[in-house]
Design a protein around this ligand. Structure first.
Ligand code: FAD
Ligand code: NAI
Length: 478
């Protein structure tokens, strides 16, 4: 039999696919990466959701809008007075688009440097490890390539509400919500998950009156309940209006806006907005991807079924990232990409799924790794709590950002750290220490005996570890 053209073909160049392709090439495998995405200029735009319409653009706008908020609310406390504030939203968007372009170009450069063959087109998996690639621009004439291994990394896309399709104008998804050229006066969001809270924060800071309708009875049910309660308190203070226990019954586009009828508990309510963002989760992108003869199976939510090593039921076909089950996070996707590349090349590759961090980039930020207090109660596992408020750290005081706390949960018998939860400003940069502590399986005592620089926000982690044994210095221990 003739040798396959490639050792590995990766379909999708998001954080799962491009990282997998680069690692495969580093390991000496002849690798190609097929991606269909094009930017507004009609050029290939690798990087997936994350770089083009996800992590990076949302963080760029979160940063821009935080400057506006600080200018309005915090500068005067520092003795800084500004006469007039003008917002140029198109310029803000141009800045965001430049960041995206630099990063997506960077992936092209990394592919070249590592010897990954970038193929622009729509990939479709055929039986026997063949891939049909249809160009998305130009001729649309498909080409068939073959490979020893195929890695599917086709990601996910926003879900619409049943009977309420996105129209790109009034009822929009997260991608469109990252490119508005004007601040809506009234903005509705369905879903107070990660997208709802982050994009709700962006547009509220820029001047929109934001109302979020959430189906669950409590905010952020996956977070530690104490953290979620504090988050809810902080969002309320910011006038980010979150209505829980809501069920949308209809939404109608009228008068250049959208009228949403919903039940809150048993009460029918009406919300009239200029734009409605639907942010109720994402679904795997598998449209047109699988020739039925391949025999790959999807679970009831449409995810590609894989085993713990990301191997599908088909010989040498793997699937990673948002197209398979697990948290829809860029770092989880990339880690799966690396593990699969190493498994293909060496037969070994592992992911520690117990220590995947979550971060919500609101202000205050919310971050955690490991088990919550609710998880431990449900498992009837005896635990200790170490808690330390940022208000008691010198650095947070100096920054004027004293909201929030660090909470450490440790095993009563072994002292091993089981979960670290935080809410506060800039904590996205602190969670790495928490991940390392958990990955290293250290105890709260080990963490409490680790010297933390002064004055830093990380001292709150140190003090929370001390507090787990009633030894915190800068608060009164219980
Ligand atoms: P994707 O990034 O979706 O990439 C898949 C790529 O494959 C896409 O470019 C797609 O066009 C392409 N593709 C699909 N089908 C085919 C095909 N048949 N042929 C060729 N190409 C195909 N995660 C974080 O960790 N941190 C964050 O701060 C964060 N912020 C986010 C903000 C928003 C608004 C959104 C929507 C998501 C955010 N995420 C964040 C989630 C993160 O973007 C995803 O988890 C991540 O991008 C998943 O990576 P992936 O490679 O699996 O898929
Ligand atoms: P999500 O799953 O985080 O939140 C969706 C929310 O919508 C949930 O709270 C859910 O209860 C609610 N909901 C579902 N159906 C509803 C309905 N009919 N009416 C009202 N509420 C409803 O999904 P989201 O926010 O769309 O984000 C998708 C994924 O993208 C996230 O799960 C996350 O994995 C990823 N992401 C990660 C970010 C980060 O890491 N900072 C930022 C943004 C997205």
């Amino acid at each position: 039999m003739a040798e396959a053209t490639f050792d590995v073909v990766v379909i999708g160049a998001g954080p799962a696919g491009y990282v997998c392709a680069i690692r495969c090439a580093q390991l000496g495998l002849r690798t190609a990466c097929v991606d269909q995405r094009i930017n507004n200029a009609g050029e290939p735009a690798p990087g997936g959701t994350c770089l083009n319409v996800g992590c990076i653009p949302s963080k760029a706008l979160l940063d821009s809008s935080l400057h506006v908020e600080q200018l309005h609310q915090e500068f005067t406390k520092h003795g800084i007075f500004v006469d007039t504030v003008e917002l140029d939203i198109p310029q803000m968007m141009e800045r965001k688009d430049r960041i995206i372009a630099e990063l997506t170009d960077g992936i092209g450069t990394l592919f070249k440097a590592n010897g990954v063959t970038a193929i622009h087109g729509y990939g479709r998996l055929l039986p026997e490890l063949r891939i049909e690639v249809t160009p998305v621009t130009g001729s649309h004439t498909p080409n068939i390539i073959d490979s020893r291994h195929v890695v599917i990394a086709t990601g996910a896309e926003p879900m619409a509400l049943p009977g309420l399709p996105f129209d790109g104008e009034h009822i929009i998804d997260s991608s469109a919500a990252l490119s508005l050229l004007k601040v809506p006066e009234a903005l509705g969001i369905i879903g107070a998950g990660v997208v709802g809270l982050e994009l709700g924060s962006v547009w509220r800071r820029l001047g929109a009156k934001v109302t979020i309708l959430e189906a669950t009875k409590t905010l952020l049910p996956a977070a530690d309940p104490q953290i979620a309660r504090e988050a809810q308190r902080q969002f309320k203070k910011q006038n980010l209006n979150i209505h829980l226990d809501c069920r949308v019954t209809s939404a109608t586009v009228k008068n250049n806006g959208c009228e949403v009828i919903y039940l809150q508990g048993e009460q029918e309510q009406k919300l009239t907005v200029d734009k409605l963002i639907v942010a109720i989760g994402r679904q795997p992108h598998t449209d047109g991807l699988l020739d039925p003869a391949t025999g790959l199976t999807l679970d009831s939510h449409g995810f590609i079924e894989v085993d713990e090593n990301c191997l599908t039921g088909e010989h040498n076909v793997w699937a990673i990232g948002d197209s398979v089950h697990g948290p829809m996070l860029a770092h989880k996707a990339s880690e799966e990409g690396v593990a699969v590349a190493e498994r293909i090349a060496t037969g070994q590759g592992h992911i520690d799924r117990d220590v995947i961090p979550w971060i919500i980039y609101t202000d205050p930020e919310i971050a955690w790794v490991g088990l919550t207090e609710l998880d431990l109660k449900q498992a009837q596992q005896p635990y200790s709590i170490g808690l330390f408020p940022f208000a008691a750290t010198g650095r947070a005081k100096a920054q004027g950002k004293t909201e929030g706390f660090v909470k450490i949960l440790s095993d009563n018998a072994t002292d091993q750290i089981l979960g670290i939860h935080m809410i506060g400003s800039h904590i996205s940069e602190l969670i790495g220490e928490a991940v390392l502590a958990m990955k290293s399986r250290i105890t709260a005592t080990d963490l409490s005996k680790t010297i933390h620089a002064h004055p830093t926000l990380s001292e709150a982690i140190h003090e929370a570890a001390l507090s787990a044994h009633g030894r915190a210095i800068h608060i009164t221990n219980r």
